[in-house]
Design a protein around this ligand. Structure first.
Ligand SMILES: [Zn+2]
Length: 78
């Protein structure tokens, strides 16, 4: 993860706190977007697969990758 991606993720989490009604895309949708070399940010902007939108939000791919990494680090009994 690059410093720019980390900044975008921090900003995206602030956006999640300030906005309701968002939902992560299902894995199939994410794959369809990736097949076209793009992804959406949580505010619906089209971005590169691991890109950042013009509002500074990270793509869903980055957000979900980060969540998966956090899950992988969590001990099974936590
Ligand atoms: Zn945007």
């Amino acid at each position: 993860m690059t410093p720019a991606e980390e900044r975008a993720l921090a900003r995206t989490h602030q956006w999640f706190e300030a906005n309701s009604g968002w939902a992560p895309p299902d894995p199939e949708t994410l794959q369809d977007w990736a097949a076209e070399g793009s992804c959406r940010a949580p505010d619906e902007c089209w971005v590169a697969v691991r890109g950042t939108c013009e509002h500074g939000l990270a793509s869903w791919q980055l957000v979900l990758d980060e969540l998966a990494a956090l899950d992988a680090r969590r001990p099974p009994d936590a």
